[in-house]
Design a protein around this ligand. Structure first.
Ligand code: ST9
Ligand code: ZN
Ligand code: ZN
Length: 328
């Protein structure tokens, strides 16, 4: 595996030789005066409500399903989670490592299984989240409360500043990636196939599971669990936990979230060093996504993993951390 150590102090993030537009912008100031009224999107409220009711019903079916169906659901969880963590997040939003075309195709397919908006939209919203974190221009601004940052932001029209600031981001690297653009073009059919059809049909065809159980457990329940594990990064990991790297920002280290989100809950570290491919100081510990990226590097499918040096982490902890990590 090839890896590159990056110094954190004011270091720009690079796509090859160009910066990635995901660093916190200290110059942005929220507009003075009354905030625009919240506009509810009833279609999303109803669909999200129905999805969660169906997920609760799916729990009841779990004991009646075959053990192979449970394993398949766990596998689909992992695959769709990797499409978000190793794909949309660490590769496409932050360019924290480089991936070959076969790996990018795999991650884009896995990402469609997660059905969390296409990669282009996900990465654009995520860059604007890092750049304008906890302000009006942050799509899931956690200062608007747990519910808003968890799921509420998907049920209302965006604050105009999100769109205004987002439209000024440099997304040329995403536009230049044919895999990202192809997934964008065929997003709807790819979601029907990967998020719903394949998860449902495989248990029915290969081990005789009922289509009913397969649909509710491996499509609906698995999808809802991946969504909530992801959303907890925006809500819980912006509110609960320590801030060993930067006590002046909201994002926290939250091991519970890291477990559910296969390594993405070390959020104080991640907002301090967004270009680190591991999103954590601790490598493989609690971080299936880092294990995956290291494995694909070993296979020759990825390279150029950016990592912050131990010395730089220590210096940053001493300079801006909350002192919650004492050793080292
Ligand atoms: C979902 C996404 O769940 C989850 C993302 C989570 C992120 C987590 C990050 C944490 C770190 C990583 C951890 C990973 C952990 C994974 C663990 C796995 C186990 N800039 O959008 P519209 C433009 S999705 C620039 O309609 P409204 C836009 O292009 C779930 N431009 O805004 C468009 O322009 P045009 C499924 C922007 O009307 C126009 O504005 N999906 C930006 O305000 C209007 O766009 C859903 O539930 C921007 N940032 O509606 C709902 N944003 O017209 C999907 C927008 O020219 N979303 N524009 O094309 C929606 O229905 C709507 O977006 C809305 C807002 C109702 C939320
Ligand atoms: Zn965040
Ligand atoms: Zn990020």
């Amino acid at each position: 595996m090839s890896s590159a150590s990056v110094e954190p102090a004011n270091s720009p993030e690079f796509v090859d030789d160009r910066p990635v537009d995901d660093s916190f912008d200290t110059t942005y100031k929220e507009k003075q005066g009354a905030k625009p009224a919240m506009k509810l999107v009833w279609r999303n409220i109803i669909l999200m409500g129905a999805l969660h009711l169906a997920a609760i019903y799916s729990f009841v079916l779990v004991p009646f399903a075959k053990p192979l169906t449970w394993l398949w659901a766990a596998f689909c969880f992992l695959l769709s989670a990797l499409g978000v963590t190793a794909g949309a997040h660490r590769l496409w939003s932050h360019r924290s490592y480089t991936a070959t075309t076969p790996l990018r195709v795999f991650l884009a397919i896995a990402n469609s299984m997660a059905f969390q908006n296409h990669i282009y939209e996900w990465a654009r919203d995520h860059r604007v989240h890092h750049k304008f974190s906890e302000t009006d221009a942050d799509p899931h601004n956690a200062t608007r409360g747990f519910f808003f940052s968890h799921v509420g932001w998907l049920m209302v029209r965006k604050h105009p500043d999100v769109i205004e600031k987002g439209s000024k981001l440099d997304l040329s690297d995403l536009k230049a990636d044919p895999v990202v653009m192809l997934q964008k073009k065929y997003y709807k059919p790819s979601v029907v196939l990967m998020c719903f059809f394949i998860p449902t049909v495989v248990p029915w065809y290969f081990w005789g599971e009922s289509l009913w159980n397969a649909y509710f457990i491996t499509a609906i329940l698995r999808y809802t669990l991946v969504l909530n594990a992801t959303w907890l990064v925006n809500s819980a990991a912006h509110m609960f936990g320590n801030r060993p790297y930067d006590r002046w920002i909201n994002p926290r280290e939250n091991r519970f979230v890291a477990f559910g989100a296969i390594g993405e809950g070390f959020h104080n570290y991640h907002h301090t060093f967004p270009y680190d491919y591991s999103t954590s100081e601790y490598g493989w510990r609690g971080n299936i996504t880092t294990c995956f990226i290291d494995a694909v590097c070993w296979l020759g499918l990825a390279s150029n993993c950016k990592r912050v040096s131990k010395e730089a982490i220590l210096a940053r902890r001493r300079r801006t951390g909350d002192g919650s990590i004492r050793s080292g």
